[in-house]
Design a protein around this ligand. Structure first.
Ligand SMILES: Nc1nc2c(ncn2[C@@H]2O[C@H](COP(=O)(O)OP(=O)(O)OP(=O)(O)O)[C@@H](O)[C@H]2O)c(=O)[nH]1
Ligand SMILES: [Mg+2]
Length: 332
């Protein structure tokens, strides 16, 4: 079966069995299906949702080329050294995870590819602004049910996506680099505010300390209700410096939101948003289908065209038809 074929029901049951046996190929296949086939995604999520564990989601965002993939690699190695498993979702077509150009990156990735406790998935942004995909939530559920202790999501900072990542991630990490116009980087709308941990990467380069000072000043200038002041951590993914401290700060944040109840609230907020999105999709499908089967639709178009009715009143008539169909569905 090619990777892009849709399996039948029997295949799916077999696939799920292999998935729960810990088969990495089955995991890869399940993720492809969840991403590419919404109807299969429903079926799969129904089968595996009850098997979720306690995956912790770390989101890493920051400007292009700031070293996010390099940091994810180093961070993953530290997490593995502590005996935990990791699933990585890289939402960025330009990422080395999806075949980058730097030999150095390939060598680093290779260390992860050989580790059976790590699974890497590049998820194309598919032209969506910010690159956050609706399927990302489902992919987290898949990794969770598979038994991953951590999911790390890398996404390039592009305005909207930072907001997206902080909704899904339990801890959001924002990566900065010296020399890219420090104040502009930091002042970009909301970027400092969404970070639970701020990282100044490429600390081996000039200007890292002054950037860290600037970030601390910005943190001074706004108040937070959560009792958490985001730490600023200096790292060099290249030299493997500061990574242990970086992981410690992520875990310290985790501890903070777990003990304070913020984590549970965040998770419930996310579920509420997700349920709303799913129902909106269902409603939209229903409406499109209802309009498609409504014979009066063409007549209303003509009537608006000839000036016999205004578009809002015509839309009200269509809405009444859709509501009648909903009632019809309810009755039988
Ligand atoms: N000097 C220095 N270079 C680094 C460091 N970390 C990463 N780099 C280099 O920066 C470049 C980009 O690194 P990536 O890890 O691909 O950065 P990224 O943020 O994932 O890039 P995109 O996904 O394309 O946005 C590569 O050439 C890395 O080798 C660092 O700590 N110091
Ligand atoms: Mg990258």
């Amino acid at each position: 079966m090619s990777d892009h074929e849709k399996p039948g029901r029997d295949d799916l049951d077999d696939l799920i069995t292999r998935f729960f046996d810990g088969d990495k190929k089955a995991l890869a296949r399940v993720i492809t299906l969840v991403e590419d086939f919404p109807d299969k995604a429903r079926e799969i999520i129904r089968k595996i949702h009850a098997h979720r564990g306690n995956t912790y989601v770390i989101g890493i965002t920051g400007v292009l080329g700031s070293g996010k993939s390099s940091l994810v690699t180093k961070l993953t190695q530290r997490i593995r050294a502590r005996g935990k498993t990791v699933g990585i979702i890289s939402i960025d077509p330009a990422s080395p995870f999806s075949g980058g150009a730097f030999l150095g990156d390939r060598v680093r990735m290779k260390e992860l590819f050989l580790d059976s406790g790590v699974f890497i998935r590049s998820s194309s942004a598919r032209g969506r602004i910010g690159g956050m995909s609706k399927a990302t939530d489902d992919m987290v559920i898949v990794f969770d049910a598979f038994g991953k202790d951590f999911v790390i999501i890398e996404t390039v900072g592009a305005g909207q996506s930072e907001v997206g990542i902080s909704n899904i991630a339990n801890t959001t990490v924002v990566v900065f680099v010296p020399g890219l116009g420090d104040s502009i980087q930091a002042q970009k709308a909301g970027i400092v505010e969404i970070g639970d941990v701020l990282v100044v990467n490429k600390a081996d380069l000039e200007g890292a300390d002054s950037l860290a000072v600037l970030l601390e000043q910005m943190l001074d200038s706004y108040t937070r209700q959560t009792g958490w002041r985001p730490p600023v951590v200096l790292t060099s993914a290249k030299d493997d410096e500061g990574i242990e401290e970086f992981l410690d700060e992520v875990l310290r944040h985790r501890n903070h939101i777990e003990l304070s109840g913020i984590l549970e609230r965040k998770k419930k907020d996310r579920i509420a948003q997700r349920l709303q999105d799913i129902v909106e999709d269902l409603a939209r499908d229903f409406i499109v289908e209802s309009i498609g089967g409504f014979e009066g639709f063409g007549k209303l178009v003509d009537k608006v065209h000839s000036g016999g009715i205004d578009p809002y009143s015509a839309a009200d008539e269509i809405k009444d038809h859709v509501i009648d169909r909903v009632r019809g569905d309810d009755e039988g």
